[in-house]
Design a protein around this ligand. Structure first.
Ligand code: AMP
Length: 409
């Protein structure tokens, strides 16, 4: 059982770092509340124990201090609804769960409200990034925030790769017993650790998306751990060109041809199989209504570009995935946003789901692959869908994430 699950929060004031950086439309309505709902179980456990909760988060990228559109006040109503949906529990004597808002995370009002919070009550602090000190990792700022609670819970995996005041620096002001990951962070960290450090073999990493340059470090780190690496999406064509293929107008980073060759050589040296798409669905323009044809990926005619993996590639990739015991997936296999080029990504999502049903552990992370499994309604058919794009990428690049290290040290 995790430290958080076994901790009794009764009588405690838990200062919980969450990632409430949700998208809003022009009328300030939340368009996707995944990040908020993902952390509700953490808040509810503290409340059910008889503790009170002080939530702190960043919201957008305010440049010059307080700005209305970046105010967390726009989220209070929805937070209240999420906490008071059917099935919510609060200590006996409390009807619904009260949610208070402090319009400055360091004001006297914030300190007084935090101090007066009763068990079962929640206080949301205003956007931490209204203070420059947050992103600078300012120690004095972190210390002031730390005074608002007596236990520190980090449930913000999405910002775990940042050494900010509230995500990492603050942890030093709590004893080792009184700082811990929340339920969301714990699932993220244990799923990622399982894949990176305790993977059952065969371990297949599926890496896609537009650019090789964004994924070099992750591929290099995975060469030490995976048995198979599937490379799809736009980035595959840089590898195919580096090997002497003709890729027409497909996406290519000409300044990364050497890197691609060195990755292929390292893989051979280490006995890791790299799978590139044998054929591609090509288009005569980058558009939803383009004309298409399937060609070999190393013989794409001039004027055409590969926008999805072709049927042969789908067959080979699916077979590798079905034979895997551990699967990591980051990045789509093609321009899945357009119907004509979504078959590759959809087929790969289905193969990952099938392997998972047959006992493999699968972790999907990184914005676009998460969007893809959601689009194809397969999110509940994989083992874990990560909420942290950048954080997950850095974790799999082998970097130490400050938000994790601060709790573990
Ligand atoms: P990334 O953010 O690097 O993971 O890239 C995701 C984006 O790559 C998605 O918007 C895809 O549409 C795009 N993409 C995937 N395959 C291709 C391709 N063959 N050519 C151009 N763009 C692609």
């Amino acid at each position: 059982m995790s430290k958080f699950s076994s901790f009794n929060f009764s009588g405690h004031k838990a200062l919980v770092r969450v990632d409430f950086n949700v998208p809003l439309d022009a009328d300030l309505n939340i368009t996707d509340d995944t990040r908020m709902s993902a952390t509700i179980p953490t808040i509810k456990k503290i409340i059910a124990d008889g503790g009170s909760v002080i939530l702190m988060s960043h919201f957008g990228r305010p440049k010059d201090g307080p700005t209305d559109k970046y105010s967390l006040k726009h989220l209070v109503k929805h937070l209240h609804e999420l906490l008071n949906q059917a099935g919510s529990s609060s200590p006996s004597g409390y009807g619904g769960i009260n949610v208070f808002f402090a319009d400055d995370c360091l004001s006297e009002q914030a300190a007084i409200t935090a101090n007066l919070l009763k068990p079962g009550e929640v206080l949301l602090l205003e956007n931490l990034r209204f203070y420059k000190e947050e992103e600078k990792g300012d120690v004095a700022f972190a210390e002031k925030l730390s005074k608002l609670g007596d236990v520190y819970v980090n449930d913000a995996f999405g910002t775990a790769h940042r050494a900010h005041a509230s995500t990492a620096v603050i942890a030093q002001f709590f004893s080792a017993e009184n700082r811990m990951f929340g339920l969301l962070m714990n699932s993220e960290v244990s799923s990622a650790e399982k894949v990176l450090h305790h993977s059952e073999k065969p371990f297949t990493a599926i890496i896609g998306g537009a650019k090789v340059s964004d994924k070099i470090l992750i591929i290099e780190n995975l060469l030490e751990r995976a048995t198979d690496i599937i490379i799809g999406g736009g980035m595959a064509y840089t590898f195919i060109k580096a090997k002497g293929g003709k890729i027409g107008n497909s996406l290519c980073e000409n300044d990364r041809l050497d890197v691609a060759l060195s990755i292929l050589a390292k893989a051979t040296e280490k006995g890791v199989s790299i799978h590139l798409p044998e054929n591609s669905v090509c288009a005569d323009k980058f558009a939803a209504d383009a004309n298409t044809q399937v060609t070999m990926s190393d013989a794409i005619p001039d004027g055409w570009m590969g926008l999805d993996i072709g049927p042969k590639a789908v067959g080979v990739f699916s077979e590798v995935i079905r034979n895997s015991k551990t699967i990591l997936w980051n990045g789509p296999m093609g321009v899945f946003e357009m119907e004509k080029f979504q078959n590759g990504t959809k087929s790969i999502a289905m193969a990952v789901a099938e392997a998972t049903t047959n006992g493999a552990f699968s972790l999907v992370g990184g914005g676009d692959s998460v969007a893809a499994v959601n689009q194809f309604n397969l999110a509940d058919k994989v083992s874990y869908v990560s909420t942290g794009g950048g954080a997950m990428l850095e974790y799999f690049e082998g970097k130490v994430l400050p938000g994790i290290a601060a709790i573990k040290d």
